[in-house]
Every structure is written in structure tokens, then in C-alpha cells.
Design a protein around this ligand. Structure first.
Ligand code: NDP
Length: 280
């Protein structure tokens, strides 16, 4: 979990090279914000105490990652709209005495995507149905996508995301089995890869997608931020597609989180450069 605190406490923690810490602290420095963002490991059994501690110390908020994204909800006072649909939280914001859970995974993705294409009325193919894919799918639907086809290895998880979309949003969602090489249907506008295939250290792994089916009118986005240029994105560029990398998603989540906590719009380029300096 990453906690965000005004300067009211002092901590002795080994400093880890955490990408989120690096990019958010870089934004604080760049904008002269006298805030700190630190990384703290919290075991599942200690989650309730950690959240109570954050309340007691007046921390302005925190991020939480796996395995806390669902369990933390029991310790909060309310949820934002998309977090309630997704059923998971990665950003907690203090509002007076209340702790509100938000989910910025998908919102960061959509913000990054919008620098290239507006999802409204678009036809989308989404690979994956895990936590990241679920968040991305919900935010794409809330951003007005017309159709989302979810392709996933396990049918059960894929269908669960499709059911969630059809039940809770206006998008038309359907499941497509992903067995063997998947050809992206012509007429698709946006192709999103949100599985963990190709994530460091397995950087040579390639999702089983027929890259010949990618056409230059498609935008191809990858959720993987390490490496920023995945094999899939390189193949998409070679096919003439516009691309959006996973660093954009990570950076925009940070921008949204800092805005929630401090009210300040921070420079995304400063944050992106901080990540690149880590040589991801
Ligand atoms: P989950 O474990 O929840 O889901 C993993 C997904 O990958 C499932 O859909 C799973 O399919 C699929 N998958 C795993 N291995 C394979 C394989 N060999 N072939 C096909 N499908 C496979 O992970 P998350 O959703 O939390 O994370 C997914 C990725 O998104 C990670 O790489 C993570 O780094 C990235 N991410 C990036 C963020 C960013 O800011 N850039 C933010 C959050 C996540 P199945 O259901 O069949 O098991």
C-alpha cells in the first residue's frame, strides 16, 4: 500500500525503488508541493489496523494494490461510481472524516487513450478479464464505447466481465473465446491488451493475437508498463497502427490520484520522465 501523508509523522522504512513513489514524489518536487508519498508493505491480516492508523494519523489518502483492492472496501465509508461497479478500489481519498474508495486503474487508461482517440461510440476488443481488464472495461463503457468484445483464456472470468458490463452500463458487451491465435475482427476501432503476457521479466512473451489482423485504422493499447514498448505494440506500430503504452495508464492514474489528494493538476510529462529514469 502506498500512503500519502501531510507532514505530521516520521517513519523509518527501507526505501524501495517503487515506480509509483518515484513518479508521485517527482510531481511533488516539480510543483513545490510539501507532501510525501511513501510505500509501506501491509500484510492482509494487518489491513484493518493499517486503515485505522491512516485515519488516526490524518493521512489524506493512500493507494492499495493486490491483495488489498477488494478487502479494503470493508474498512471504507463509501465508494465512487466506477469503484462501486468494478467492486475494487486502488485509491482512497479522505473527505472530512470519511474515507472514500475510488478506482483509477481504468480512468488512468482512458485518460491516456484519449490523447489518441475518444472511446465514445467506438467498437472495442479487450484481451483479458482480470482486475485491470475489468476496471478498463467499466471505464471504457462509462466513456461511451458502443461495443466491447471481451476475449479471455478462461471463459468464466471473461463472461463475468461481460455480464457486469451488460448489467451495470449501457455498452453492448459480448464474450469471444480465446483459444489459439485470435484474429481481431475488421471494423474494430480500439484493441486493448490487458493480460499479464509480456510483463517483465517475460518480455519476449507475446499474446496470441494475429498481428496481421491489425489494420492502420485501429488504435492498439497495452496495459503493460514494463517494458513500455511491448512486442505487441511494436508489431502494431509496424502495421501502421497508433499505439498507447502502459506507462501512460500508470502516469494518468498518478495524475488523477494527486488531484484527488492535493487538488493540484500535475505535469504528466514530469511523472513519465521519472518512470523512464528508472529504466523500466
Ligand atoms: P490478473 O491476474 O487479475 O489477470 C490476469 C489476466 O491475464 C487474466 O485475464 C488472465 O487470463 C490473463 N492471462 C495470464 N496469463 C495468460 C496467458 N498465458 N495467456 C492468456 N491470458 C493470460 O492481473 P491484472 O488484471 O491485475 O493485471 C494484468 C496486467 O495489467 C499486468 O501485466 C499488470 O502489470 C497490468 N496493469 C497495468 C497497470 C498500469 O497502470 N499500466 C495497472 C494495473 C495492471 P485468465 O482469466 O484465463 O487466467
Amino acid at each position: 500500500m502506498n500512503f500519502l501523508l501531510p507532514l505530521t509523522g516520521s517513519f523509518a522504512q527501507p526505501a524501495a525503488e517503487n515506480p509509483t513513489v518515484a513518479m508521485i514524489e517527482a510531481a511533488f518536487r516539480h510543483h513545490g508541493l510539501d507532501w510525501r508519498y511513501i510505500n509501506v508493505e501491509v500484510a492482509p491480516d494487518d489491513l484493518a489496523d493499517a486503515v485505522r492508523g491512516a485515519r488516526a494519523m490524518g493521512w489524506r489518502g493512500f493507494n492499495c494494490s493486490i491483495p488489498h483492492k477488494v478487502a479494503v472496501i470493508d474498512h471504507l465509508d463509501g465508494l465512487g461510481k466506477s469503484a462501486a461497479i468494478i467492486g475494487a478500489v486502488n485509491t482512497i481519498v479522505r473527505d472530512g472524516d470519511r474515507l472514500i474508495g475510488e478506482n483509477t486503474d481504468g480512468r488512468g487508461f482512458v485518460a491516456a487513450l484519449k490523447s489518441v482517440v475518444d472511446p465514445a461510440d467506438k467498437s472495442v476488443v479487450l484481451f483479458g478479464a482480470g482486475g485491470a481488464a475489468r476496471a478498463v472495461a467499466v471505464e471504457m463503457a462509462l466513456a461511451g464505447a458502443a461495443r466491447i468484445t471481451v476475449a479471455n483464456r478462461s471463459a468464466g472470468r471473461g463472461q463475468a466481465v461481460v455480464d457486469l458490463l451488460n448489467d451495470r452500463t449501457d455498452v453492448h458487451a459480448s464474450y469471444a473465446p480465446w483459444e489459439g491465435t485470435f484474429s481481431v475482427p475488421s471494423g474494430s476501432d480500439i484493441v486493448i491488451h490487458a493480460t499479464s503476457v509480456g510483463l517483465y521479466p517475460d518480455v519476449n512473451a507475446m499474446p496470441d493475437i494475429d498481428t496481421d489482423s491489425l489494420t492502420q485504422d485501429m488504435v492498439v493499447a497495452d496495459g503493460i508498463h514494463n517494458p513500455p514498448l511491448t512486442r505487441l505494440l511494436q508489431a502494431a506500430k509496424d502495421r501502421g497502427c497508433k499505439t498507447v503504452d502502459g506507462l501512460g495508464m500508470l502516469v494518468q492514474q498518478g495524475v488523477i490520484g494527486v488531484k484527488y489528494w492535493t487538488g493540484v493538476d500535475v505535469d504528466s510529462q514530469v511523472m513519465r520522465q521519472a518512470l523512464l529514469n528508472l529504466e523500466l
